[in-house]
Design a protein around this ligand. Structure first.
Ligand code: ADP
Length: 589
């Protein structure tokens, strides 16, 4: 599924030009440097042509016995090399400067864009696919933008300079080159198309490689216990092999193209030699001109070869840039509301809300209606898959409803700006996400990072975080890793609750952990929850009997429908779905 969009790209009859132009738009702001480096390469190319001209002057001087020109000729060599050196310096530095700036901007823009893409995007793309775009594809663009572009400009200008000089010496003969130009162009175009297609294949396979590796690494326990080692190995090998084969195909394409073009150039030079040496022509040129002409023609072979050689790098870069631009063109989250919400009262109302996931046919929620009055706690219960998380995810607008309305403080959610709406919501997930940093930093995360030490400590106290940090030498300043490996599930949960307490938002979405905790931890979580629920509207996906019993209202969900609503006592008395669920889950004893 994740690969479909990329495959689309490779079948598009894209000329690459729109991609070039779009890439070029990133140079904006760097024009002076760009022009300076271009001028550098003009100097370089000029020095190449001047070398051919020098040869002409040298031979003519020797032939005509004009030996007093030797000082002049010797100094000219120094000048030619000085100019070439200066050109190389300016060109290299300037181009690398601009290219690195462009790449860095592309990378940051991609990351910025990832931060505003809607949830549905993240459901269609794996994290490893996106990571490989950020790392591997960026490298490909870098390659094309730095070395390849430098070679293209430098050698392209050299070819132009030499060609111009040959035209000046003998334009009729030089036109022979024009005859093969379309042939060369044809070969290059054919090769480019194939190279680009292979590049897309390689990008996909790099994504597959990282996906396969990251799953096996993250799930190492399951892999070992369920004997998945062989399957994972074979999957990884296959992805790696596919990558290798695509690369080799690229190398073959490249290796065939270069000699073909070399042969075409050689054929022209051979023909030139043959025609040029005809007695009439030899008579019409000086020996110096004649030798310089043939030298210039042969001098063109090297830059032309280099130009064709960089083609694969350029095509890789274009393919990678295409994949970037495709991502940039993904619509960001819809943020059309203009009202800013501040200090919401926390009155929530669902009015006949129906919702279907973008990639699904069946409705996940059907005509759901209920209210949460300010300060109330509403518990969602129901079997897994009944739509509880879907319902909770609609409040921070991770998805927009298609039918019905959700109101907060009596206005539709879509009236508010996303930022101000989410500012009013605290979220405690079942799977607590902890970031690299200290426990205190994890509590005062994001917009809370300005919170005072006292406030953070108070939140940590209320959420019973200090209960376990007290025993750590660094206390709240203990570092936790990407996965917070040294913490138990219950401790992570408490950190998440502390985060919510510190945020002190009028609206709380709580997805209670299902995992059974020992009675001791259970008691701590209980206390933490009591603190966080206080004085705010809470929507809780409840798994604990104590939470459910304490809720002001319970919504019983079945296949996207709220089948019963009421307090614990009322619902037990009804002896319906809730009573059955209750007996099944909580009353085994
Ligand atoms: P619960 O939280 O009660 O376990 P969910 O809200 O996760 O239930 O799921 C409700 C229904 O929506 C299920 O049928 C599930 O398969 C479907 N669903 C959940 N997430 C997605 C998604 N991202 N894309 C498509 N369908 C989904």
């Amino acid at each position: 599924m994740a690969k479909t969009p990329q495959n689309d790209v490779s079948t598009q009859p894209s000329t690459g030009w729109d991609v070039y132009l779009r890439l070029l738009s990133y140079v904006r702001g760097h024009w002076p440097m760009f022009i300076l480096s271009f001028a550098g390469f003009v100097l370089y190319a000029g020095s190449q042509t001047a070398a051919a001209k020098w040869l002409e002057a040298f031979i003519d001087a020797v032939e005509s016995g004009n030996l007093d020109q030797r000082l002049w000729l010797a100094l000219a060599i120094l000048l030619i090399f000085f100019v070439r050196g200066l050109g190389t310096l300016l060109g290299n530095y300037g181009f690398s400067y601009v290219a690195r700036a462009v790449v860095s901007r592309l990378r940051c823009q991609m990351f910025d864009h990832l931060l505003v893409l809607p949830c549905s995007f993240y459901q269609q793309h794996t994290s490893s696919e996106l990571l490989s775009k950020l790392t591997y594809n960026v490298e490909q663009v870098t390659g094309a933008a730095t070395d390849a572009l430098k070679t293209a400009v430098r050698e392209g200008l050299t070819v132009l300079g030499l060609f111009g000089y040959m035209l000046y010496l003998n334009w009729k003969l030089t036109l022979l080159f024009v005859v093969v130009a379309p042939l060369i162009g044809g070969v290059v175009a054919l090769a480019s198309k194939r190279l680009r297609r292979l590049s897309h294949g390689i990008q996909n396979s790099v994504g597959d490689i990282s996906a396969s590796a990251s799953e096996a690494i993250k799930g190492y326990q399951v892999v070992r216990v369920f004997g998945g080692t062989e399957a994972e190995r074979s999957r990884f090998n296959k992805a790696s092999e596919r990558n290798r084969r695509q690369f080799m195909k690229m190398v073959v394409t490249q290796s065939i193209t270069t000699p073909i073009i070399q042969m075409l150039v050689a054929a022209v030079v051979a023909l030139l030699t043959f025609i040029a040496m005809s007695p009439t022509l030899v008579a019409s040129m000086t020996t110096g001109q004649f030798i310089a002409f043939i030298s210039a023609a042969s001098l063109m072979a090297k830059p032309i070869r280099q130009l064709t050689e960089i083609n694969s790098t350029v095509q890789k870069g274009i393919a990678a840039a295409e994949s970037f631009f495709q991502l940039f063109d993904e619509e960001p989250e819809r943020n059309t509301g203009s009202a800013t919400l501040k200090d919401a009262k926390g009155r929530v109302e669902f009015r006949d809300v129906s919702f279907t996931y973008p990639n699904s046919e069946s409705e996940a929620l059907k005509q759901v209606s209920f209210q949460i009055e300010p300060g109330e706690t509403v518990a969602l219960v129901g079997r897994s898959g009944s739509g509880k998380s879907t319902l909770a995810g609609l409040l921070p607008r991770f998805y927009d409803v298609q039918q019905g309305q959700i109101l907060l403080d009596d206005r539709p959610l879509s009236d508010y700006t996303l930022e101000s709406l989410r500012n009013q919501i605290a979220l405690v997930n079942q799977h607590v996400v902890l970031f690299e940093g200290t426990i205190a930093e994890n509590i005062a995360y994001g917009s809370l990072s300005g919170a005072s030490e006292d406030a953070t400590r108070a939140a940590a106290d209320a959420a019973m975080v200090t209960e376990f940090t007290e025993r750590l030498p660094e206390g709240l300043n203990t570092l936790i890793g990407e996965n917070g490996l040294l913490l138990s599930g219950g401790q992570r949960q408490r950190i998440a609750i502390a985060r919510a307490i510190l945020k002190d938002a009028p609206l709380l979405i709580l997805d209670e952990a299902t995992s059974a905790l020992d009675t001791e931890s259970e008691r701590f979580i209980q206390t933490a929850l009591e603190h966080v629920i206080q004085d705010r509207s809470t929507l809780v996906i409840a798994h604990r009997l104590s939470t459910i019993e304490r809720a002001d209202r319970i919504l019983v969900m079945e296949q996207g429908v709220v089948v019963e609503q009421g307090s614990h006592a009322e619902l037990i008395a009804q002896d319906g779905s809730y009573a059955r669920l209750y007996n099944m889950q909580f009353n085994q004893d």
